[in-house]
Design a protein around this ligand. Sequence first.
Ligand SMILES: Cc1cc2nc3c(=O)[nH]c(=O)nc-3n(C[C@H](O)[C@H](O)[C@H](O)COP(=O)(O)OP(=O)(O)OC[C@H]3O[C@@H](n4cnc5c(N)ncnc54)[C@H](O)[C@@H]3O)c2cc1C
Length: 161
Amino acid sequence: MLAKEAGIAVNRGVVVNDVMQTSSPDVFALGECAEHRGSCYGLVEPAYEQARVLARHLAGRPAAYQGSVVSTNLKVSGVSVFSAGDFMGGEGSESLVLSDRRRGTYKKLVIADGRLTGAVLIGDTIDALWYLELIRNRDKVTAIRADMIFGRALAQPSEAA
Ligand SMILES: Cc1cc2nc3c(=O)[nH]c(=O)nc-3n(C[C@H](O)[C@H](O)[C@H](O)COP(=O)(O)OP(=O)(O)OC[C@H]3O[C@@H](n4cnc5c(N)ncnc54)[C@H](O)[C@@H]3O)c2cc1C
């Protein structure tokens, strides 16, 4: 690999810091080849976010890449499936689950430190972008915690209209 042969630090990908700088200060990396905080991303959107940070940095403006919240929106055998963020959950997080087998819908929201950190939606993905926004904004969701799993129309009726 080009970077390795040039003596640049490479792990799973070319190791970069929060401004996409490699171990060689004049060399930057982004996209699929870059490894940031142990993560490599195989999608286009994280590369765009990294490019925005690098462009700001090269223009002398403050910028720091914090990692990307990756989401997928697919149809599996005709059923809509969405996932975003840390949808598995784990120690230090709690999961809210709403499962309605008769309607063929399943929702799981993962909350950590009062913030939404992950979501899985099967069957009903109408609120996918709202959940993604909540995850990306990292705002506290304590005020809407009780209704959040029922969707934006119930949890934030004034903003859903
Ligand atoms: C079949 C397929 C479907 C995909 N679908 C999606 C999708 O729906 N949504 C999504 O977000 N992502 C998708 N991806 C992933 C997405 O394509 C990649 O994450 C994205 O293209 C990575 O961009 P990049 O610029 O980092 O790398 P690349 O797009 O791979 O660009 C790297 C470039 O560097 C060039 N290069 C390599 N070595 C050298 C060298 N030594 N010297 C000079 N040039 C070199 C290559 O020719 C290439 O042009 C898909 C990928 C595949 C393969």
